[in-house]
Write a protein that binds this ligand. Sequence first.
Ligand SMILES: [Zn+2]
Length: 294
Amino acid sequence: MMRTNLKAVVVGAVLGVTGAAFAQGTPAAPASPKAAAATSKAAPGKGAAGAKAGAEAASGKTEVTWWGHAAFVVKTPGGAVLAFDPWLTNPKAPQGATWPEAVDAILVSHGHFDHVGETKALAQKTNAKVYGSFELVGLLGLPEAQNQGGNVGGTFQVKDATIHIVEAVHSSSYQADPKGPSQYAGSPVGFVVEIANGPTLYHAGDTGAFQSMALIAEQFKPTVALLPIGGHYTMDPAQAAIAARLLKVKTVVPMHYGTFPALTGTPDALTAEVKKVKGTVKVLALEPGKSTPL
Ligand SMILES: [Zn+2]
């Protein structure tokens, strides 16, 4: 029963990717004023981009944009653009928004389709380097210069962002073709990103809560955690509240909920669970497509 349901969800979602990816490939007029604003913001000329990056650096701001599910784009004060788990065509993705024009690094937590998403297309378009497990990044068939496969314990520098690969408790396999076999894709991972003059972000990928989150806290002192709360394949809100306590973060940005019917956790439920464990963490629920300073 569960297996049948899972298959239906996966097939439906993959079909969704194909259709949306096709739509993305055809330049079209934005459907709404909101979409037009998103488009003009997302695709400035080179000069405008430079000026904007300069302004952000001056104000010392890090900006995060949620693309729905586990997909985020983060811009640092030093001008690094990082894309996490870029399934940019997921059902919750901002409608009509164009993909980021310039990306320095793509961070992929594991091989499942809803996390690899459009990694290959985005890497081809932007020349970004791709970080993740050695096995998974190797399966993507990228040019050598873009292949930054590593493993838990590895540290990488991208402009003013220091990226650490950390543990996640989940599974990982990769299907290059939705109808083809699944391939072993190494261990699932999470990422801690220390941003100079900015926050230290922890993107947990898909995971349950685990005791070594306390070790992540000790090693890297993250201030903001992007945590899955949907349940079924990951932590639910009650477990995420405990995770936030282990991580000692000030802020939790919930992710990986509401995309499919099985992912039933909500930010409100997380807020209630934080209160139950007498936590002080702030739950910052983002709106897809809206850039938020951190
Ligand atoms: Zn997964």
